[in-house]
Write a protein that binds this ligand. Structure first.
Ligand SMILES: C[S@@+](CC[C@H](N)C(=O)[O-])C[C@H]1O[C@@H](n2cnc3c(N)ncnc32)[C@H](O)[C@@H]1O
Ligand code: SF4
Length: 370
């Protein structure tokens, strides 16, 4: 059971207080999963923080005491038990999609990611054709770890490539080469992943049209069946924003972003990847990210981990954002629900999953998939 609930002004949006036992109104649980049911697992760890990123993720030095990678899988499984108790008499008929996002989920050992997935399967049952995605940084996977993840039941992997240009990767503070991202995509396909995504960011200061064209060429050459291309968003409080404020780097231009978007659409379409959702292109209907589409169709989903949002039967709630010990309900989980609202899902406000915000196509409602 969750402990005493605390408000965290300025950290999370206000909402109605969640009952201490986490129970949901009976009206919300009458037909759980009738419109699809997904599980999101947030993994709030990164080896280093990229200068542009304001996701709910922490390096070892940012974490402080209390939360550890070592104990993380167990705390997610404990939180899952709480979720199972809340849905008790009205469990979903099956889990259609699982999305493990971050942060960098693949900083956890593959065995831990396997245990989390097994726990979800034992709790609610995975559909035979469930889509099971993990996000990954290119430098955080190996052919061996990818094989372990595939054997554990992960069907889809989403890798952050961002750019083919070493100069752009340096401005973004990425730790890997562009070559490592496409190599990891090939390794994932060799390991048997059915679906592989590469993320690109466009509009970074210093990126030339030919740099982005090279990025598009490389994702196409890697043979992935899904590409997410995000306009760079300058988030308050990031190192990148500070550098721009100091005049060290120019702010991104909307016109350039629009040109890059059109370039992405032309190159990906020519390569057989069709645009299907704000920042996303897929080779076939089956290659579309079903978990992301589930957010847009009013389905139910349960979010596990710090800052994760959930939506069941029109009730939306979210966990305390920081994964520190002081936010941990005694013996239960790294995260607990802090507040909720009774209304329909709002994909744009949710941004992507737990901690993300939402870069998108210029002028459109933002979202994020990967
Ligand atoms: C959780 S990260 C992906 C997985 C992994 N942590 C990585 O970075 O490789 C999700 C994606 O969000 C995108 N992203 C994060 N911050 C962004 C920003 N400020 N502007 C545009 N895209 C951003 C990046 O493309 C990144 O790959
Ligand atoms: S972009 Fe990915 S690796 Fe970089 S800080 Fe954000 S979540 Fe971590």
């Amino acid at each position: 059971m969750p402990g005493t609930l605390v408000a965290m002004p300025g950290v999370l949006p206000d909402g109605e207080t969640v009952p201490v036992d986490g129970s949901l109104p009976a009206t919300a649980t009458t037909a759980v999963g009738a419109r699809g049911f997904g599980v999101y697992v947030h993994v709030p760890f990164c080896a280093s923080r990229c200068g542009y990123c304001d996701f709910n993720t922490y390096t070892a030095s940012e974490l402080g005491g209390g939360a550890s990678r070592e104990g993380y899988a167990d705390s997610v499984l404990a939180e899952l038990k709480l979720a199972a108790r809340v849905l008790g008499d009205s469990p979903p008929p099956r889990v259609d999609t699982v999305f493990v996002g971050g942060g960098t989920p693949t900083l956890l050992p593959a065995d831990d990611l396997a245990r989390i997935l097994d726990g979800i399967d034992r709790t609610w049952g995975l559909a035979a054709d469930a889509e099971v995605t993990t996000e990954a940084n290119p430098e955080s996977v190996t052919p061996e770890s990818l094989k372990l993840l595939r054997a554990a039941g992960y069907t889809r992997i989403s890798l952050g490539m961002q750019s083919a240009s070493p100069g752009v990767l340096a401005i973004l503070d990425r730790r890997h080469s562009a070559g490592r991202a496409t190599a990891a995509a090939l390794e994932a396909r060799d390991a048997g992943f059915e679906h592989v995504n590469l993320d690109l960011i466009y509009g970074t200061p210093g990126e030339r049209a030919e740099d982005f064209a090279a990025s598009l060429d490389q994702v196409v050459a890697a043979g992935v069946d899904h590409v997410s291309a995000y306009a760079l968003i300058v988030e308050d409080g990031t190192r990148l924003a500070a550098r721009m404020r100091r005049g060290e780097l120019p702010y991104p231009s909307d016109d350039v972003a629009a040109d890059r978007y059109l370039a992405a659409e032309a190159a990906l379409d020519a390569a057989g990847l069709s645009w299907y959702e704000v920042s996303n292109w897929a080779r076939t209907d089956e290659a579309r990210c079903r978990h992301n589409l589930l957010y847009w169709t009013g389905a139910d989903w349960w979010g596990l981990g710090p800052g994760a949002h959930s939506h069941v039967g029109g009730v939306r709630w979210w966990n305390v954002k920081h994964p520190s010990a002081s936010n941990r309900p005694r013996g239960v989980s790294t995260a607990r629900p802090v507040a909720r609202r009774r209304r329909g899902p709002r994909p744009a406000a949710l941004s992507r999953h737990a901690g993300g915000r939402a870069p998108g196509r210029p002028g459109e409602r933002p979202t994020r998939v990967t």
